[in-house]
Write a protein that binds this ligand. Structure first.
Ligand code: SF4
Length: 214
């Protein structure tokens, strides 16, 4: 379903702090691409799902904004969504690399093939739409959202698959993160308990939501 274009549908761009994962708390410039067919019931960006509802931005304009964000202190660019890999990201990352030296990060559910060139890939796999081997092989961090007990077993299956596939590349295993679903008391209790008894895993919290920022 990937589509190559000199412009992409964009929900929003903004300069804030990365709220989740290994790079949590760092200054980042976000490009939230529109379009997602994964359909997670708990999704907090459902407005991003219909790609056609959002304006298309030229790749040059997006790269210019990233350039300005770098001057304002952003430490890296995050391509998020929606599901950004529904689009072919080769041209976008090339345009960004032309205008800025900022590292490029990707946040994806991993249901599509990988495109673009990234310095850091966060894979957040979904039980109802498991990711491709391509993304398991290339992810630097594996972040599983926890709502119920079955999510913990899924997290271990994903961790084993990612470690095996990355080892085939000669790469280290990904950083393993459990993130409680937002305002899910069951998810928080399960994730906290699991991390306490499984030291390979770390807790990821949504810092930006706790701070009330984007
Ligand atoms: S993959 Fe992300 S954007 Fe798409 S439905 Fe799931 S949480 Fe929402």
């Amino acid at each position: 379903m990937a589509v190559t274009a000199a412009a992409l549908p964009v929900v929003e761009t903004f300069h804030s702090l990365q709220g989740e994962g290994v790079h949590s708390g760092r200054s980042a410039f976000f490009i939230r691409l529109a379009g997602c067919t994964v359909g997670c019931p708990w999704c907090d960006t459902k407005h991003s799902w219909p790609a056609a509802a959002h304006p298309r931005h030229s790749l040059e304009a997006l790269a210019a904004k990233a350039h300005d964000a770098a001057a304002a202190g952003a430490g890296f660019v995050v391509i998020t969504g929606g599901e950004p890999l529904h689009h072919d990201l080769d041209e976008l990352t090339a345009a960004l690399h032309q205008r800025t030296a900022l590292p490029l990060h990707l946040e994806t559910s991993g249901v599509d093939r990988l495109s673009g060139h990234f310095d850091w890939i966060t894979l957040s796999p979904k039980r109802h739409r498991p990711p491709s081997d391509d993304l398991l092989r290339h992810c630097h961090e594996l972040k599983v959202v926890v709502h119920e007990t079955a999510d913990l077993g899924f997290a271990e299956v994903m961790a084993s698959a990612a470690s095996r596939l990355r080892a085939g590349n000669g790469s280290d295993p990904p950083v393993l993160l459990l993130q409680p679903g937002w305002q899910s008391t069951d998810g928080q209790s399960l994730a906290l308990g699991y991390v306490q008894s499984h030291p390979d895993w770390r807790l990821s919290l949504q810092l930006h939501k706790n701070l009330g920022v984007r």
